[in-house]
Every structure is written in C-alpha cells, then in structure tokens.
Design a protein around this ligand. Structure first.
Ligand code: HMG
Ligand code: MG
Length: 274
C-alpha cells in the first residue's frame, strides 16, 4: 500500500457545520468509514466545548463506535485536559495543533505559537500513544496573507523536537497552488523524511487535488481527506472542506487500499446533515 489516506471528516468536517449533527449519526458515519479500508480516522476533538460546541460529544462518540481492528482512531488534543479526556477514551493516536501564523494561532487557541509549544510539550511527552502535529496556515493565513516556508519549517522543527512522530501541513483556507507546494516541499523534504509528512489540503478554490498530485510527485505519501468534502475551520473565515476522500481514492486507486463504494456509503450517512 503506497498511499495512506487519513480520514478527517468526522473531526474537520463536522467541527464547522451549522446544524447540530446527532451523536448517533456521527457514530454511524465513523462506523461506515471503518468498513472502507482506511487505516486511520480522526474521530473528534477533545477541545473546549465552548470553543467548538459541534464536537462536545467526543466522549459519547468514542464510547459508541465499533472499533475495527487495524483502524487507528485518533482525536485532536489542545492541552493536558484534552489529553486526559482522550486517554480516558482509549484513543489510538492524538493530534496536537499549532500554526505558522501568529494571528491565526491567537484566534484558534488563544495563544502565541511559542505558547502553544510550551503548552504542548508536556502533552506530547506524556502521551501514551503516537502524536501527530498539525501546522495550520502553512501557505496562507486568512489574517496575515502569504506565509513564507521558513516560518513553517521553524514550527515543524519545534513539533518534531517536542516528540511528534508525524507532521501534517495544513492549507487551512485552501489557497495554495502547486507552485506554493513545490516551494514549501523543496525546503521541508530536505529537512524531514517524507514518511513523517502528511499534507492537509482544504479545497476552497478547487486546487486541492492538483496540490495533492504535486505533493505525491515530491514524495509525499500521506494525505488527509474528508469524505464528502465536508468541513472547514470555525476560526478561518471562508475556509471550505478538505479535499474529498473520494477524490483521493479516485486519484490513487488501489494504492490507497480504500474502497470507493464504501466511502460513498459513508458520505451518504453524513451529507444530509451538513
Ligand atoms: P482558553 O479559553 O484560552 O483556555 O481556550 P482556558 O484554559 O482558559 O480554558 C477555558 C475553559 O475551557 C475552562 O472552562 C477550561 O476548563 C475549558 P471554565 O473553567 O471556563 O468552565 N477547557 C477545556 N474543556 C474541555 N476540554 C479541554 C479544555 N481546555 C480548556 N481540552 C483552548 C484554549 C485551547 C482550550 C481553546 O482555544 C480551544 O479549545 N480551541 C480549539 C480550537 C479548535 O478546535 N479549532 C479547530 C481545530 S484546528 C483546525 O481545524 C486546523 C486543522 O484542521 C489543520 C488545518 O486545516 O490547518 C487541524
Ligand atoms: Mg483542517
């Protein structure tokens, strides 16, 4: 299996929906995704329910899903309180998150980039499960505009230094074009092995699959996708959903190990609610 698709729909997809999605629908969505051949599903977030009320039922979702052996069930964690909640739910992996833009970092987690690293260091050090580190606004910030690769590299260095075993590079507002991807990956992959780098493209302007293709050519084999293309970030105005998992499966075919019919069945569970 050459390509790993990380399904982030239940987390990134559902954190930004206006409607209230019933817990049992989220559970049915994750259960449907579990049958599709995915290796990893980001199920929810253990963030503040005041900040992201859409995912306040993370505990219930984790309790009610049927876990399929071989599938890693992960969740977003912003601080030590989040780690405690995640561990109590027996997550297989956590994802911590920071940004390459100071303004976005403040809007998203009420802290500077440096303060997020300080806050995350003990989380990563004491996590009993592997940790992914997200870098948001790695290409463009909705508040600061274009972000230079040096800033992204500096944040990746810190995430790896505190113990993240994977980094996911977020085009949070979906503005990157393939030339931006080339510029960043040329620098990033001279520093880090492609095997620890995931790309997380949102698809606001329809360039996500082109960016995926360019990343693949550069050596990346881990891609985040959202079934049905649902999603966005509540703290990034205008951000649309992630590249659709369907598009990734169509792009990589059997190399992804994911079954398109099953993904479409999962999409049918969630799309009436988003
Ligand atoms: P804060 O208000 O600065 O923190 O929020 P605080 O420590 O002062 O806590 C405030 C209240 O929240 C307290 O409750 C805490 O107990 C509670 P009170 O005493 O007022 O009743 N609290 C928590 N409750 C449950 N679980 C927790 C937790 N932590 C504190 N873990 C904080 C700081 C980081 C908590 C907040 O800003 C937050 O939760 N932010 C989350 C934002 C978020 O989820 N954004 C979307 C995900 S990132 C994303 O989408 C980008 C990504 O997809 C990649 C890309 O596309 O670029 C990953
Ligand atoms: Mg995202």
């Amino acid at each position: 299996m050459n390509v790993r698709i990380v399904e982030v729909g239940p987390r990134d997809g559902l954190q930004n929906v206006q409607a209230t999605v019933p817990t049992e629908v989220k559970v049915a969505y994750v259960n449907a995704l579990s049958k599709a051949g995915l290796q990893e599903i980001e199920v929810s977030s253990f963030v503040s329910p005041r900040w992201v009320p859409q995912l306040a039922d993370a505990e219930q979702v984790f309790t009610l899903i049927d876990r399929v052996p071989g599938v890693r069930y992960s969740a977003l964690v912003p601080n030590e309180k989040g780690l405690e909640r995640a561990v109590a739910c027996r997550v297989d992996k956590i994802a911590v998150f920071t940004a390459a833009s100071e303004t976005f970092s403040h809007k998203n987690v009420n802290a500077s980039i440096e303060d997020t690293i300080v806050r995350l260091r003990p989380v990563v050090a004491s996590s009993p499960v592997p940790v992914r580190g997200y870098v948001s606004t790695a290409f463009y910030c909705p508040y600061e505009g274009k972000i230079e690769p040096d800033r992204v590299l500096a944040v990746c260095d810190r995430l790896v230094e505190i113990g993240c075993s994977e980094i996911s590079i977020g085009d949070t507002i979906g503005r990157a074009v393939p030339e931006d991807v080339d510029r960043l990956l040329e620098r990033l992959l001279s520093r880090f092995a492609a095997s620890i780098v995931a790309m997380h493209f949102h698809d606001t302007f329809g360039n996500a699959i082109l960016n995926v293709r360019r990343s693949f050519e550069a050596g990346i084999r881990i891609f985040d996708g959202s079934t049905g293309g649902v999603g966005g970030c509540p703290f990034a105005p205008g951000a649309k959903g992630n590249v659709a998992t369907e598009a990734l499966v169509a792009e990589f075919g059997s190399d992804s190990g994911v079954n398109l019919d099953r993904i479409e069945q999962a999409a049918a569970v969630i799309t009436p609610y988003v």
